[in-house]
Design a protein around this ligand. Sequence first.
Ligand SMILES: Cc1cc2nc3c(=O)[nH]c(=O)nc-3n(C[C@H](O)[C@H](O)[C@H](O)COP(=O)(O)OP(=O)(O)OC[C@H]3O[C@@H](n4cnc5c(N)ncnc54)[C@H](O)[C@@H]3O)c2cc1C
Length: 380
Amino acid sequence: MTRIVVLGAGYTGMAAAIRAARKSRRHGGRVTLVSASPRFTERLRLHQTAAGQRLADHSIEDVLAGSGVAFVQGWVEGIDPQAHEVRLGGGRVLAYDKLVYALGTVTDVSVPGVGEHAFRYDDHAGAVALAERLRSTRQGTVVVAGGGLTGVESATELAEAYPRLRVVLLSRGRPCSMMGPRARAHAERAMRRLGVEVRQDTQVVKVLPDAVELEGGERIDSVATLWTAGTRGLALAREAGFTVDARDRIVVDAALRSVSHPDVYSVGDAAAVSQPFGVMHGTCQGGIPTGLHAGGALADEVRGRTPKPFRFGYFHQPVSLGRKDAVIQFVRADDTPRKGWLRGRWAIMYKEMVSGSPIHSFKLLKRGLIPAAALKLSSG
Ligand SMILES: Cc1cc2nc3c(=O)[nH]c(=O)nc-3n(C[C@H](O)[C@H](O)[C@H](O)COP(=O)(O)OP(=O)(O)OC[C@H]3O[C@@H](n4cnc5c(N)ncnc54)[C@H](O)[C@@H]3O)c2cc1C
């Protein structure tokens, strides 16, 4: 018997666990999935949660039903890679032969006040807390810090849901800078239409309980500040002795195994995965293929085979702009924009398909079917 323990039941841990169980069960693989909450968080929709929308509740047990994966609810406190053990809250210890580290990332709180005063998308509760704050707020300014795709999705969603509030998006560079000019112009038009005030080339130096302070001393009063300007891995990978990058993500080899501890795979946001175009950045688009790959590679190892290298190419940048608009930028494998893009009704449908597809994919995976899109993405 080979004990495979998967840490983290986000999109990537779920994909890894279901695929590993499906492919290794007949050869003695026994998969246990550990995660903090019994609820499966659709992280792709946290900006919708922040805007007060009621979304479907998925329990991890339900998603896993019939997959052969055992679920353990617990908070991972530490890993001892020499003893092959994971320490959970409450003193419980889980032994493993192979480990998948899929604990994602948390908000980088290095700017003073972010950890204490900013709302963050670290978990479902963080988005719910923001929704509760805004529901009871009659007027004032909501500051969204970070002009990446999550910041733009959040600013537009909040502006549409709470028209009585002023929404200010603060960005170090130009928002949606990774998109092509036409898709970016569409996102900018949507932000203007929804009344989002964009301040680019701005650096926040401090978050206060009721304001943010900018470089140069300017202060913007704020009833709530949402921080989307950077993430990093949990300290526990570094503390356990794994080789990590500057953002505490586990550095992996071509097959997604830790370069320092090859019996440990790392996937999704928690992994620093090198491809010919550079190190992948955290997306579900790239994360699910890493989970699928690790699940398959583990099954290969259980059967005495050598795991294959992982190859990936980006495909799109899907961005919602509230519930009534969206923009999709199609990209080359290295995430640089192609000519093609979508907006309006087609883009809304496309984005909804992207956000809803992981739950459907897990159902297919349980039957041994890998969604064609995921295979296409992971074949580079
Ligand atoms: C608002 C928003 C919109 C996004 N939109 C897109 C998009 O359109 N397309 C796209 O590709 N990507 C998008 N992303 C990024 C995408 O959500 C992430 O890349 C993806 O969720 C990473 O999956 P993961 O499994 O690696 O990590 P996560 O989804 O973060 O899962 C980590 C899991 O580990 C658990 N965990 C963490 N710490 C512990 C611990 N110590 N003990 C036990 N359990 C623990 C968590 O509870 C969670 O279950 C978006 C992100 C946000 C916030």
